[in-house]
Design a protein around this ligand. Structure first.
Ligand code: DGT
Ligand code: CA
Ligand code: CA
Length: 572
């Protein structure tokens, strides 16, 4: 169990307690615990297992909280959360997922309007009953109406990092069984989509019942929903549902191909099979009754005259013609990444010092990094003005003088203000090695204004990259209305790079726009936006997103050596 998983328990508990009108001090204590746990550089589980350390040494963690944390790590449950969950209908948790609607507002909707589901909320809002509530108004009602469908949809989906972690833990466990020969995840998780609806596991085994028993007993399984001879569906404690299918060895490749999808990709494969007088399904490729392929995916694709296609590309977005002409890209890989160009330190809202970040980056094999703390507009994160920034750069300079074998750039994540100006003036920006310009505020502005801001930033001669261009938060907040075509044109003209922010809740550029940027020959940087040393771990999700965009090593600037990378920077 990861720290963020533990933190989520307390976050949910605090939210529901607040809806319940519980003692504010208690709620505040849980929220503090969320922040403490979420920002710990070390794993909670490690601290528990370390005889020399105690959870109660952490700030804001008393005896009671420590016991609850230990319980979560041990059992995957928090009794108080189970209890309060019983008290509210699922609609309350759905409402909590809307942005701009915190627990206090949800309490009013639940208590005063007796709204218990998103459907009921929609009705109430459409009848103007939400706007009439104290503290709501027309604007909030409108925002609720705009969000309802997305929240209803998102309710059943999960971030890719959670999905992969859950799948991997269970696969590792299943593979412990001697009777299980192969086991892998298929579906959207294997395609590395940014969100996953449910997990589809495939295994080959001589004893299917044993595999299903093992899954049923797994600590992260909450409930077995259905079980047949070779198929089982379970719900995990995280809420994700999972199918396990145990298939025959001779059908493993065909099942993998079928259940990896996407559905759209499979439709084309099936049509190709028909054109060749064949039938393809999850058991194999058949000519009449005769099984002609199915043990490996390669065999299945070969039967329809195609090379094997990487799962990340299987969306029927042009991969099949490319495969037909033997022109599939050689996708970028995690090992190709040499640099990371977006991260924070204690100077603003990061948890680790410059030195700790540099050492951690080096330990992970990175050859160069840019330290990019926030600019002053982000007051919440203690953003830097010109004077503090220069001081910060001096500190970076001091550290890079001491630590060898890694190049460190003095950077800044500079806000593009609502009116289109840069948050810091040219004079100080001109002294930076690397400037990531970003939108944080005013994301709901009309398209023209968003456009003006992005184009202004690109024209600023010291801006080297645009970070998380849309500002979206996956499953939570849509991004700004960006006119990508013009933005990419300007970026290409001025030599500004585009970021794929690797954090699983951003993944911004998304796959489609990353491909469009690449088509304009814009160098892409994949960066972690690490706020702690553990934050470097998310690089793989950014690489996955780049792979879904069909990017090769050469398309990603931070696969280059530092020297080559510097040559790609615009010259002001
Ligand atoms: P998800 O779970 O919504 O994130 O997306 P997937 O792609 O994992 O979809 P899921 O779990 O419904 O099904 C897994 C795969 O099984 C899907 O990608 C393709 C295959 N599949 C499911 N239903 C159909 C179908 O009706 N026709 C075809 N050709 N394939 C299907
Ligand atoms: Ca699925
Ligand atoms: Ca499924």
């Amino acid at each position: 169990m990861q720290n963020s998983d533990v933190a989520r328990f307390f976050e949910e508990l605090a939210d529901l307690l607040e809806v319940d009108g519980a003692n504010p001090f208690r709620i505040r204590a849980y929220r503090k615990a969320v922040r403490t746990i979420g920002s710990l550089p070390d794993s909670i589980a490690d601290i528990i297992n370390d005889e020399d350390r105690k959870l109660t040494d952490l700030p804001g963690i008393g005896k009671d909280l420590a016991a609850k944390i230990a319980g979560i790590v041990e059992t995957g449950r928090l009794h108080q959360l189970d209890e309060i969950n019983e008290k509210f209908p699922p609609g309350v948790r759905d409402m909590l997922r809307m942005s701009g609607v915190g627990p206090k507002k949800v309490a009013v909707l639940f208590n005063d309007l007796s709204v218990t589901s998103l459907d009921e909320l929609k009705q109430a809002a459409e009848n103007g009953r939400v706007a009439a509530l104290k503290g709501f108004g027309e604007k909030t009602e409108q925002s609720i109406l705009e969000q309802i469908d997305r929240v209803a949809e998102a309710g059943n989906r999960f971030h890719i990092d959670i999905a992969m972690r859950e799948a991997d833990a269970i696969l590792d466990d299943l593979l412990q069984l001697e009777s299980v020969v192969q086991a892998k995840v298929a579906g959207s998780c294997r395609r590395r989509k940014e969100t996953v609806g449910d997990l589809d596991l495939l295994a080959t085994s001589i004893a299917p019942a044993e595999a299903m028993d093992r899954l049923a007993e797994h600590e992260s399984v909450d409930k077995v929903l259905a079980r047949g001879e070779t198929k089982q569906r379970v719900r995990l404690r995280s809420g994700i549902e999972m199918d396990l299918r145990v298939v025959a060895d001779e059908s493993y490749g065909a099942a993998m191909q079928y259940f990896t999808g996407s559905k759209e990709h499979n439709i084309v494969i099936r049509r190709r099979a028909q054109e060749r007088g064949l039938k393809v399904n999850e058991y194999g490729v058949f000519r009449g009754e005769e099984l002609i392929a199915g043990q490996t995916e390669e065999d299945v694709y070969a039967a329809v005259d195609l090379p094997w296609i990487p799962p990340e590309l299987r969306e029927d977005r042009g991969e099949i013609p490319l495969a037909e002409q033997d022109q599939l890209p050689t996708l970028v890989e995690l090992q190709d990444i040499r640099g990371d160009l977006h991260m924070h330190t204690t100077a603003t809202d990061g948890r680790n010092s410059i030195e700790e970040m540099v050492e951690a980056a080096k330990a992970r094999g990175l050859k160069y990094i840019a330290i990019t703390d926030h600019s002053k507009r982000v007051t919440m994160a203690n953003g830097l003005d010109a004077e503090r920034l220069r001081e910060h750069w001096r500190a970076i300079d001091e550290v890079r003088g001491r630590i060898s074998d890694i190049d460190v750039m003095c950077g800044i994540e500079c806000d593009i203000l609502e009116d289109g100006r840069m948050d810091l003036d040219d004079e100080v920006l001109s002294e930076a090695d690397w400037v990531v310009a970003v939108l944080h505020y005013g994301l709901k502005q009309p398209r023209e204004q968003i456009q003006k801001r992005l184009l202004n930033a690109i024209r600023c001669p010291y801006v080297t990259a645009i970070g998380h261009p849309s500002g979206r938060i996956v499953l939570k907040r849509p991004g700004a209305d960006v006119g990508y075509k013009d933005v990419f044109k300007a970026a290409a003209d001025f030599g500004v790079m585009m970021e794929i922010n690797a954090h699983p809740s951003r993944l911004d550029l998304d796959d489609v726009h990353a491909a469009a940027a690449r088509d304009q020959n814009i160098p892409i940087v994949i960066s972690t936006d690490a706020h702690s040393t553990a934050g470097f771990d998310v690089m793989r999700y950014g690489v996955n997103q780049a792979r879904r965009a069909g990017l090769e090593k050469k398309d990603v600037a931070n696969t280059r050596t530092f020297k080559q990378f510097c040559k790609m920077l615009r010259t002001a």
